[in-house]
Design a protein around this ligand. Structure first.
Ligand code: NAD
Ligand code: ZN
Length: 362
């Protein structure tokens, strides 16, 4: 079932195709959408206590299901842990949750990754629906099937690919999202604009302040366009063997910054914003991005305020951090760069240019 309020985007993964439903104020349709896909006897909703009050109970009410219940996990990255995963399994076992049942992940990327991994592994796999509630999760993490938890030795090291039955993004839920979380999601949205969509870039140039202020119509439009981009990339590269690496635009620089500023509270999306500035600078230094393109990209990124201590930018240290990133293969660091909107290319990172690129952040 779809309504005129809902946009459907298909993720055409061979053998595991699924739709992404996006729209504003569509939560009340959840039960009907689910019934249009499949009937379940048992459904567990995994969410945070605050989200249970905000939307979890409402979601549960729409479900025409014999046994339905909510499993709560604490907020924060710390919940992507073995301990919390075990607690979820315990909750499911105690409820006599069976094969053929459904887990709904209702929350941001933390819930999506954790509940998704539980769905991939509990009784060797039960069904999953992603119901993302942060901008980052709606435009990025809920689509593509990557799930997992962290290990004390590193982030996202234990995981599985688990494609959902569908993704359900109610953009009205973003109304309560703190400004910092909107900023983070926007980092990923701008990434899609640079790597794939000139139209999205122009729209952002016209509306970025409205997006930052949480304008519902702007956010809805950005979610739809971004979800299309993410879907288009993952359907061509389900298991991340090639094309998906373009989603790392800004991220290779960003990961080094994330590691460097881990304790000063810079968030992932914010480091992506800074990382994209470096990537633009790098492409300009190669002579691939012209002066006008550089100025245009920088001007947009500058409009998203990211607070950090400029005196802590040490390009030589950041280059070393970049080289120990887990995505470094055979000693080479590969950068995704753009020479104009929608035109990306891959370049092996060179120390001198990388250091110059990081220096734009000083
Ligand atoms: N699987 C993937 O492909 C993928 C991609 C990118 C990121 N991730 C993962 O996603 C995680 C980050 O996700 P995130 O940025 O969504 O963070 P998050 O899940 O921690 O959510 C951020 C905060 O917002 C709160 N929140 C969520 N929805 C809300 C709402 N509607 N109103 C008010 N508050 C709300 C949460 O309780 C939380 O405190 C990381 O663990 C990252 O590794 C995964
Ligand atoms: Zn990201």
């Amino acid at each position: 079932m779809t309504t005129d309020k809902m946009t459907r985007i298909d993720v055409d993964i061979p053998g595991a195709a699924y739709p992404v439903y996006c729209g504003r104020d569509i939560l009340q349709n959840f039960g009907a959408v689910l019934s249009g896909h499949k009937n379940y006897r048992q459904v567990a909703v995994v969410t945070h206590p605050s989200l249970r009050r905000l939307c979890g109970e409402r979601l549960l009410e729409t479900l025409p299901v014999e046994q339905k219940f909510i499993l709560e996990v604490p907020e924060g990255e710390g919940s992507k842990s073995h301990e919390t995963l075990m607690q979820l399994y315990t909750g499911l076992l105690e409820a006599r949750f069976e094969r053929g049942a459904l887990i709904i992940a209702l929350g941001g990327g933390v819930i999506g990754d954790l509940a998704g991994f539980a769905a991939a592994t509990y009784l060797r796999g039960v069904d999953l629906v992603q119901c993302p509630t942060t901008l980052l999760a709606q435009v990025d993490s809920s689509i593509g099937g990557k799930t997992g938890i962290n290990h004390p030795l590193g982030k996202n090291l234990i995981g599985a690919f688990k494609q959902p039955l569908f993704v359900f993004s109610d953009t009205a839920l973003l109304a309560t999202l703190p400004a910092g979380e909107i900023r983070c999601g926007l980092g990923e949205v701008i990434k899609y604009a640079f790597i794939g969509d000139e139209k999205l870039l122009t729209y952002l140039e016209e509306n970025v302040e409205r997006a930052l202020a949480g304008d519902p119509a702007v956010l809805e439009y950005l979610v739809v366009l971004s979800a299309r981009q993410k879907a288009a990339v993952v359907e061509k590269d389900e298991k991340e063997s090639g094309l998906r690496m373009i989603l790392n635009f800004g991220h290779t620089f960003g990961h080094a910054l994330e590691a460097e500023f881990a304790y000063s509270g810079l968030k992932h999306g914010e480091t992506v914003i800074l990382g994209m500035k470096c990537a633009l600078r790098y492409a300009a230094a190669l002579g691939r991005l012209d002066e006008a393109g550089l100025r245009r990209g920088m001007a947009l990124l500058e409009r998203i305020p990211v607070a950090y201590d400029r005196s802590k930018i040490d390009p030589a240290r950041l280059w070393r951090r970049m080289r120990i990133d887990k995505k470094v293969k055979d000693g080479a660091v590969r950068l995704i760069l753009v020479d104009r909107p929608g035109h990306w290319f891959v370049e092996e990172a060179r120390r001198e240019e990388v250091e110059t690129a990081f220096a734009v952040l000083r």
